[in-house]
Design a protein around this ligand. Structure first.
Ligand code: AMP
Ligand code: MG
Length: 333
């Protein structure tokens, strides 16, 4: 086995066949291992191991009513955790897996309730990352894995972010470099009559509609009543600094941001500016940078972040969703 670093009690494993096997053994023994995916780093435990799953919630400080996404490496594993495969699911798996699409399906009784926070459904996805896939294959079991951050913090897109939040609280982390997408998966609910996007992400509504041949609704979340996805009721992805999101016409948006920046700087506050990507072609690099930038503002001691809204087309919908949920205030001009 290559030289392995230990930070507090957390093993830092470089990628490689031997370290993946060691990580898989830890998973099978009920331990917690963070691993890279193409979206963000996940904090994994054997999905069928109730105690290990409970420990995920403990390590993250995650509210018990926020369900986890189960990661699989083949269709057989989907059948282990769900009681049926609804219409459209197979087509979506064929087209987008491995990839950033989580499907909410009816849950099998064999899965501990804690995984899906007591809901009758389970979210499942196949990650498009060689380290993640070899880990799941080597463990031989579906792996429940929410993002590997402390609850409420920006999701981790590098090994360093995982260690910042969880060193000493988990058993190991597999290093896989920076995550290619940098933003979480799309969560699509297929458990009801109509497909509904519960969280916009790496696969856009337009892409889903093209495969399903129907319109796909986007849940508005926690405006009123019960949020469709429990995770949607929490403020999320949030840096320590307050984030003010400015939306509306570009010229007015920029004018207000400049005025606000001047005003806060005069008061002695350190202001960070998060500019919108110039157009949809720049959404991908912007998504990849988002969490990294929020964390670096914290590292620089920024007091207030002024973030510019983007158009909600394509990946812009996911970017806006994360910005809204990181924001302590949204101003529309
Ligand atoms: P995370 O893995 O931390 O990115 O969070 C997973 C997201 O998927 C959260 O927003 C959860 O609320 C959502 N989710 C997971 N399982 C389900 C489910 N069975 N039904 C609805 N939403 C789910
Ligand atoms: Mg998360």
């Amino acid at each position: 086995m290559p030289k392995v670093l230990r930070i507090n009690r957390t093993l830092v494993l470089p990628p490689g066949r031997k370290t993946v096997l060691a990580a898989a053994r830890l998973i099978r023994n009920g331990r917690l291992v963070a691993f890279p995916t193409e979206t963000v780093y996940g904090l994994g435990a054997a999905a069928a191991d109730r105690l290990a799953v409970k420990n995920i919630f403990k390590a993250k400080g995650r509210p018990a009513d926020n369900p986890l996404i189960v990661h699989v490496a083949c269709l057989e594993q989907v059948k282990e955790i769900s009681s049926c495969i609804p219409p459209g699911a197979l087509e979506l798996m064929q087209r987008f897996w491995p990839g950033p699409l989580s499907l909410v399906l009816p849950r099998s009784n064999r899965l501990p309730q804690e995984v899906s926070a007591g809901l009758p459904t389970v979210a499942v996805r196949m990650p498009a990352h060689p380290v993640a896939l070899s880990l799941i294959r080597a463990a031989g079991v579906p792996i429940a894995a929410p993002s590997a951050n402390r609850s409420g913090r920006p999701s981790p897109t590098t090994l360093r972010h995982v260690l910042e939040d969880l060193a000493g609280r988990i058993d190991a982390v597999l290093d896989g470099g920076a995550c290619r997408l940098g933003l979480e998966s799309t969560v699509l609910d297929l458990s009801g009559g109509r497909p509904v996007i519960l969280r916009p992400g790496g696969i856009t509504g337009e892409q889903l509609e093209a495969v399903l041949g129907t319109t796909v609704e986007v849940a508005e979340g926690c405006k009123t009543g019960t949020p469709p996805s429990p995770g949607m009721k929490y403020r999320h992805y949030a840096p320590r600094a307050s984030l003010v999101l400015v939306t509306g016409a570009r010229r007015r948006r920029l004018a207000l941001m400049a005025a606000l920046a001047g005003c806060y700087q005069k008061k002695g506050l350190k202001v960070g500016i998060l500019q919108a990507p110039p157009g949809p072609e720049a959404f991908r690099p912007a998504a990849k940078r988002l969490y990294q930038t929020l964390r670096s503002f914290d590292a620089q001691g920024v007091d207030l972040i002024l973030a510019e809204g983007v158009s909600a087309q394509g990946l812009g919908a996911a970017l806006m969703n994360r910005l809204r949920r990181a924001a302590s205030r949204i101003i529309r001009v």
